[in-house]
Ligand binder design. Structure first.
Ligand SMILES: Cc1cc2nc3c(=O)[nH]c(=O)nc-3n(C[C@H](O)[C@H](O)[C@H](O)COP(=O)(O)OP(=O)(O)OC[C@H]3O[C@@H](n4cnc5c(N)ncnc54)[C@H](O)[C@@H]3O)c2cc1C
Length: 452
């Protein structure tokens, strides 16, 4: 028997009136949730997408059970998966207001970073920095201390001047350094464990253009002068090729030059992809001369555009990632040991690493929290490949150099180790327990982090 659209809607609404049916249907028919890489999957009991703060507050007041806020699902670690309810704030998005004098702007927290550049430009502002991609939400990115590149720039959470939090009990709190400095420093990097952030105000600046220069250089040469290069350029980083002596190097500086940002040539991209596919067919110990020979042929490129169009990239190939931040002075040795281990252990990986500096900040849980600037080092594996043997082998090298794991990327640490790494970890745990005594925001991954 066929149903008209109207009959179907009517029967769905009727079923919705019966709570028992709702939960049974939720279990049976809810589609699974997956993160960007496909490495994290869950079957939530339901999804809730509030249309307003009131809506969100009533939901939290009138329900019990586990909840996890989700942004755009670009974290590789298991921060989001739940068999309770996912809270999706993608209806809370857009520029809410701005202050032309202070150069600050308030965005609804579900706004994607890539949707902030144009509205900001219209009010004469631009973000200070952006990460490698801009598909993350503002709330999701700051919850994990997402950062870009540059010794003069903290992670994005360091640009937050105030925020609004709806607690697990449904109370709406405006948080700023003057209203409650402790909560402010905890909630700017919250791992989604303190409540649900609905809006954030950011420190910005006047719009500016950037010029990006990419070239290939021997890794050792780049490392020898890395500190000088990082001080000289607004942004400076490198992507060391595995089983090679070379790195792709990137420097970005402010410019008044005319915009000239041609899209990457599909032929060049295809040629690089084919080369990587070819390297992968070679036994790892035979790769070094082949990769060095190809690296030497890569031509330098330049591009000029508005800041937000230069700082972030489009990453089409899916992968999984582990990133640790180590104190600046340990960065080069840590990177060298990882690259040497990849060669010595003949690890079959062609994905380049990433090496960049991030400025310290005063949040409680950012990877650069405290008195030292940090070097962030990332390793990757294509999605679909088993990343565990490679990541398991490299992770202890990060520990040896005092590394702190990126909250949004794969790591294996729990409460005991994290308490050693963060002077304010216990303060965060106490605040979390106060705001969420029933622990409804703790999924298994967060229980391991906060309860052990
Ligand atoms: C291709 C790619 C490139 C990346 N590049 C970088 C990079 O350059 N630098 C870097 O540091 N990281 C980078 N990351 C990591 C990424 O920025 C972080 O994992 C980020 O947290 C993802 O944001 P999201 O919006 O997808 O949030 P999700 O992954 O969905 O969630 C992240 C956390 O935020 C919490 N959360 C979400 N919404 C709210 C809310 N409203 N209130 C409270 N908590 C909330 C979630 O509960 C979770 O704990 C990259 C990731 C990918 C896939």
């Amino acid at each position: 028997m066929k149903h008209s659209r109207r009959q179907f809607m009517a029967s769905s609404a009727l079923l919705g009136l019966f709570a028992p049916w709702q939960s049974v249907l939720g279990q049976q028919f809810n589609t699974p949730w997956r993160n960007w890489s496909g490495g994290q999957v869950c079957q939530p009991a339901g999804r809730f997408s509030p249309a307003s703060e009131d809506d969100l507050s009533s939901f939290l007041r009138s329900t019990a059970g586990e909840i996890r806020p989700v942004g755009s699902g670009h974290s590789f670690s298991a921060l989001v998966p739940t068999d309770g309810h996912l809270v999706i704030i993608d209806q809370l998005r857009g520029l809410l207001n701005h202050d032309a004098e202070l150069m600050q702007a308030t965005f609804a927290a579900g706004t994607r970073l890539g949707d902030m550049g144009s509205p900001l430009a219209r009010v004469g502002q631009a973000m200070l920095n952006l990460p490698d991609i801009d598909r993350q939400t503002l709330a999701g990115a700051t919850a994990t201390a997402t950062h870009g590149t540059g010794i003069a720039f903290t992670c994005l959470s360091g640009f937050v001047t105030s925020l609004r939090l709806v607690t697990p009990g449904g109370e709406v709190i405006d948080v700023s350094p003057t209203s409650d400095a402790d909560l402010f420093n905890a909630a700017r990097v919250s791992l989604g464990a303190l409540g649900i952030v609905t809006q954030m105000t950011l420190q910005n600046r006047t719009p500016y253009k950037l010029k990006a220069k990419n070239w290939v250089q021997p890794i050792e040469e780049v490392l020898e002068t890395f500190d000088e290069s990082a001080a000289k350029h607004r942004h400076f980083e490198m992507f060391p090729l595995t089983h090679s002596d070379y790195a792709l190097t990137l420097a970005i500086d402010e410019t008044d030059e005319d915009i000239n940002n041609p899209p990457p040539s599909p032929e060049d991209e295809a040629a690089f992809g084919e080369a990587m596919a070819f390297w992968a067919t070679l036994p790892p110990k035979e790769r070094l001369p082949q990769i060095n020979a190809l690296a030497e042929q890569i031509e330098p490129t330049e591009a000029v555009d508005e800041s937000h169009k230069i700082l972030s990239n489009i990453r089409n190939g899916r992968f999984n990632e582990m990133e640790y931040s180590v104190p600046l002075e340990a960065g080069a040795d840590c990177l060298r040991e990882i690259l040497r281990t990849i060669i010595d252990k003949e690890i079959d990986v062609v994905f380049p690493l990433e090496y960049r500096y991030v400025k310290r900040d005063d949040t409680w849980l950012s990877m650069s929290a405290g008195h030292e600037d940090h070097a962030a080092i990332s390793i990757h594996r294509m999605a679909g490949e088993d990343y565990r043997p490679y990541f398991d082998l490299i992770e202890p090298i990060f520990w040896k150099y005092g590394g702190r794991p990126h909250w949004g990327k794969v790591h294996s640490l729990g409460k005991v180790q994290l308490e050693q790494l963060y002077p304010k970890f216990r303060d965060f745990q106490a605040l979390r327990a106060e705001l969420d005594p029933a622990g409804r925001m703790l999924n298994p991954h967060l229980k391991k982090i906060f309860l052990g």
